[in-house]
Design a protein around this ligand. Structure first.
Ligand SMILES: C[S@@+](CC[C@H](N)C(=O)[O-])C[C@H]1O[C@@H](n2cnc3c(N)ncnc32)[C@H](O)[C@@H]1O
Length: 283
């Protein structure tokens, strides 16, 4: 079978099954299988797909047909201009999370070249902390997650992107020593309201439930992280959290109730509230 015929069959299959953005997904899939850029496919449509590649292609088209995200099938997602390995054990890093990374980079500049340390709680694929490590000099980087499988992926991503991060398996701060204090703690925790999980798209529902479920009101992790971070932040350290578009008021209140100062929020490119930041001041 040649490339053109394979593309036609795949297009038909995914179109019939109402798969969103099927044209782009098919091109990404084929270019990943052939290990060539997308443009290659357009100018080599008459080229042959050998039997092994053809089999692999159609078995992956079947996965697309079953609503599996393309990123899990090609094991790749770009974030902050870097490439991250992803599979079903980690949340696919989202473009909106880049706002959080950019804000932490800005905050790190306030430390005036002093050596600082940054912790990313609930690190998943490691996208946040690895991007920070690429951008910030003179800093030690730490990351944790409750999932061993996610941590293995984060370690692989740190290695592929050539950065040095200390990883810890932990249920939030449970396995941290109380001696450990950070200048900046950042996190994109699970924050979807439990009842809303059923209403998510079939693709999103393929992501790990522990990466999504924020409890009945979606705020479980914020309550714990905002309270417990006070034991792990240095005086005048910053807590920077990603939030759901409708959680700004509640999360800002939690920061203020817990005595953080200079609390502010920022929107993402779609003009949705996306992060809340506060400064910890020792009483
Ligand atoms: C929304 S995902 C964020 C992943 C990544 N930081 C990102 O932004 O793409 C949340 C992550 O929290 C982790 N997680 C869930 N419960 C946790 C807990 N109790 N302690 C630590 N990590 C937890 C999940 O394994 C998942 O990797």
């Amino acid at each position: 079978m040649n490339i053109k015929e394979a593309l036609e069959i795949a297009t038909q299959t995914l179109k019939e099954n109402n798969i969103e953005n099927y044209k782009l997904k098919i091109k990404l899939l084929l270019s990943s299988i052939l290990n060539k850029p997308k443009e290659y496919i357009m100018i080599h449509e008459e080229g042959k797909l050998d039997e092994t590649l053809e089999k692999e292609f159609f078995s992956k088209v079947d996965r697309l047909k079953n609503n599996e995200p393309i990123q899990y099938i090609i094991n790749s997602q770009e974030f902050m201009g870097l490439n991250f390995f992803v599979d079903k054990n980690v949340l696919i890093p989202q473009p909106d999370t880049e706002i959080l990374v950019q804000e932490v980079i800005e905050i790190s500049k306030k430390f005036d070249m002093k050596k600082i340390n940054i912790l990313d709680l609930c690190t998943g694929s490691g996208a946040i902390i690895i991007s920070l490590a690429k951008e910030i000099d003179n800093c030690s980087f730490y990351a944790s997650d409750i999932s061993k499988e996610a941590l293995n992926i984060a370690k692989k991503n740190a290695k592929n992107n050539n950065v040095n991060i200390s990883f810890l398996e932990s249920n939030l701060f449970e396995n941290f020593s109380n001696e450990e204090k950070f200048d900046i703690i950042t996190s994109n925790p699970p924050y979807i309201k439990r009842d809303c999980i059923e209403t998510l798209s079939e693709e999103v529902k393929m992501e790990p439930i522990i990466a999504l479920d924020g409890g009945i009101d979606g705020l479980n992790f914020y309550r714990k992280i905002i309270k417990e971070s006070k034991n792990y932040l240095k005086d005048e350290g910053f807590l920077c959290l990603e939030i759901g578009y409708d959680q700004r008021k509640e999360v800002q209140n939690l920061f203020e109730e817990n005595g953080y100062i200079n609390v502010y929020s920022k929107k993402d490119l779609g003009q949705n509230d996306r992060i809340v930041v506060g400064k910890y001041k020792k009483e």
